[in-house]
Design a protein around this ligand. Structure first.
Ligand SMILES: O=c1ccn([C@@H]2O[C@H](COP(=O)(O)OP(=O)(O)O[C@H]3O[C@@H](CO)[C@H](O)[C@H]3O)[C@@H](O)[C@H]2O)c(=O)[nH]1
Ligand code: MN
Length: 364
């Protein structure tokens, strides 16, 4: 059974992909990415003080949303979008009109491969997203759809079509995405290991999704990419991307979609303060010992056929399964529900009466 064609030239998807950047800093890092990013539309989610002017370097096509814009657009449901946390980025996922999203932090730069060449992270994410995943049977020679590799002997031919890829999870050279305790005991550790591999995360296995260098297919998994309620007024931080990854993975498993991790690498330049991070992560470090078994036991009903249906069913299970840990999870379940309402308001089904209503633009 022939499997997906290899791409001699990876399509740019310039009109089908938005780059979402959360920022409390500045966007000077875009200068280094200019050769790779300039042809794409940017969605900048400005966090923190909305009166601060965030400059976008000349030549980039963008829309920029600050807290006031989020409140204007989402009204009484704006509360479900985090404030003073990188989780605010998920507003960009909902307001986008494109099929694909790539999100990157403003302290991530262009990395070099072992041959010293600049890595076009976006091209690799596109390659990952446009080729199938293999969640149902592990290919020991890694990604069979990449040049110079294939399915190994014993790989069932009936499974070689693979599954549609929903998420492409990239990695980081230099500052690794460690939690605070690890960062505190290994303050000088740098990731210098370039592993030339892309792996599908097997069905039934969870993973810690980092939002620093992440691509996904909005049409396949967008409504599940709610970065959990963190930051201002919340008891935990730095679990936003993790929460989205756990929710998205159980839904991908239910819907037969794939998640890949590995290439591409970016160069992560700033180590955030481990003491500040410990304060943010502290409760999460304990809670996740209950959260993970919860997600491992999640069963979604066969009636849940769309991402929204799966996500709302999951929100109910979060409320009943995790609400006893802390009232936060009840609030988070409410946030998940209001997120879906926001998603559906901003992304009405084609042909519905609301589909043609232009939304208020960002402050760009
Ligand atoms: O309140 C905030 C804090 C930060 N941002 C923007 O979000 C990203 C990540 O910020 P930063 O680089 O400071 O954080 P890291 O610890 O390196 O990031 C890791 O933790 C995750 C946070 O949950 C993040 O996704 C991981 O990569 C930058 O663009 C900041 O400008 C913000 O918008 N609001
Ligand atoms: Mn960072």
């Amino acid at each position: 059974m022939a499997h997906a064609p290899l791409y001699s030239k990876v399509p740019t998807l310039a009109d089908e992909l938005d780059i979402v950047i959360p920022t409390i800093r500045n966007l000077d890092f875009l200068e280094q990415w200019r050769p790779f990013f300039e042809k794409y539309h940017l969605i900048v989610v400005q966090d923190g003080d909305h009166t601060r002017k965030v400059g976008v370097p000349e030549g980039f096509d963008y829309e920029l949303y600050n807290r006031k814009d989020i409140e204007r657009i989402l009204g009484d449901k704006a509360w479900c979008i985090s404030f003073k946390d990188s989780a605010c980025r998920c507003f960009g996922y909902a307001i986008s009109k494109k099929k694909y999203i790539f999100t990157i932090d403003d302290d991530c730069f262009v990395a070099k491969n072992p041959s010293g060449e600049d890595i076009d992270a976006l091209e690799q994410h596109i390659k990952n997203l446009l080729t199938p995943s293999t969640p149902h049977f592990f290919n020991t020679l890694y990604d069979p759809y990449t040049e110079g590799a294939d399915f190994v002997r014993g790989y069932p031919f009936s499974l070689r079509e693979g599954a549609p890829t929903a998420i492409s999870h990239g990695l980081w050279l230099n500052i690794p995405d460690y939690d605070a305790p690890t960062q505190m005991v290994k303050p000088r550790e740098r990731n210098v290991r370039y592993v030339n591999a892309v792996l599908t995360i097997p069905k039934g296995t969870l993973f810690p999704m980092c939002g620093m260098n992440l691509g996904f297919n909005r049409d396949l998994i967008g409504p599940a990419m709610y970065f959990g309620l963190m930051g201002d007024g919340q008891p935990i931080g730095r679990y936003d991307d993790m929460w989205a990854g756990w929710c998205a993975k159980v839904i991908c498993d239910h819907l037969g979609l794939g998640v890949k991790t590995g290439l591409p690498y970016i160069w992560h330049s700033k180590a955030s303060n481990p003491f500040v991070n410990l304060k943010k992560e502290y409760k999460g470090i304990f809670w996740q010992e209950d959260i993970i078994p919860f997600f491992q036991s999640v069963k979604l009903s066969k009636e849940s056929k769309t991402v929204q249906e799966c996500y709302l069913e999951l929100a109910d299970q979060v409320r009943s399964g995790l609400g006893k840990i802390d009232p936060y999870f009840d609030k988070l379940a409410n946030g998940m529900q209001d997120w879906i309402a926001c998603w559906d308001m901003l992304n009405p089904p084609a042909g519905s009466s609301k589909a043609d209503k232009p939304l208020p633009n960002g402050t760009a």
